[in-house]
Design a protein. Structure first.
Length: 269
């Protein structure tokens, strides 16, 4: 690496060293039609706290193939050129499935996190929306609580359970936050949520936390905002927090401090 590149890297580390960023894995569920509405609502909740959010969307899509992040990083290209602003507080990077490469080699996930941090220096939260297998590689062994979207129909529940199974068995992540998107509004804890939590505990030994219940098909934008706003606060307590170290030898991408929120949502036992 050239002397100029070393100086630039050191300067970036000093610039970002004291800016804590929260990494949040969100498991994609193609059988939950309102998933992107829920994701947007989550970002609005972060915006209400004056946080800037970068969504790295690597979920399979028929509309875009996404940028090859692995190749871009290998060629030392600025990922910022592919980041699109949605509003004053939210931006999106559509990523291709090659993002999974960063979860395969030791230290590669930290390389990705640094590249994203440099590409979006104003981001306070980085949301990774991808399938569970990809997320397992990026967050294996880290103290983080993934977010799972689930509907109350069989296909969506099956996908949610499968995602939790992958994240638990391959990444060692035993606690999962769930947002239930119902077909019709209901009072109390949805039966589908209880069934999901029971299966996760009995067959996988994991824990499900029901963080929010929504009905994206029928609720107004204001009602959805009220339902999802507390979620954004709770999730930050269980996200992976980091700041770039000034010393490149420090492994800031390792297991992070896990902060327990005493006001956490209901855990099914």
């Amino acid at each position: 690496m050239s002397e100029r590149a070393v100086d630039q890297a050191y300067g970036l580390r000093r610039l970002f060293a004291h800016h804590t960023v929260h990494l949040l894995p969100v498991a994609a569920n193609p059988f939950t039609p309102g998933a992107h509405v829920l994701l947007e609502g989550l970002c609005h909740g972060f915006a209400a706290q004056d946080f800037h959010t970068l969504v790295v969307d690597a979920a399979p899509s028929p509309y875009t193939t996404g940028v090859d992040v692995a190749e871009a990083v290998a060629r030392d290209l600025d990922l910022g050129q592919w980041i699109d602003p949605l509003d004053a507080h939210t931006s999106v990077l559509a990523a291709s499935p090659t993002l999974a490469w960063f979860g395969e080699a030791p230290g590669s996930a930290a390389l990705l996190f640094e590249a994203l941090r440099e590409a979006a220096p104003s981001a306070d939260v980085i949301v990774f929306h991808a399938d569970a297998a990809l997320l397992s590689g990026l967050f294996a062994g880290r103290r983080v609580r993934p977010l799972i979207f689930a509907g109350d129909d069989a296909a969506s529940l099956t996908e949610a359970y499968a995602s939790i199974k992958i994240l638990l068995q391959y990444a060692g992540l035993g606690e999962h936050a769930v947002v239930m998107d119902l077909g019709t509004p209901t009072l109390g804890v949805p039966v589908a949520a209880t069934r999901l939590a029971h299966c996760v505990k009995q067959f996988l030994g994991g824990t499900v936390y029901l963080e929010a219940v929504a009905c994206t098909a029928l609720q107004s934008e204001a009602d959805l905002a009220r339902a999802l706003h507390p979620l954004s606060t709770t999730l930050l307590h269980h996200a992976l927090s980091f700041s770039m170290p000034e010393d490149p030898s420090e492994d800031w991408g390792g297991s992070a401090r896990f902060v327990t929120n005493p006001a956490t949502a209901h855990a099914f036992n």
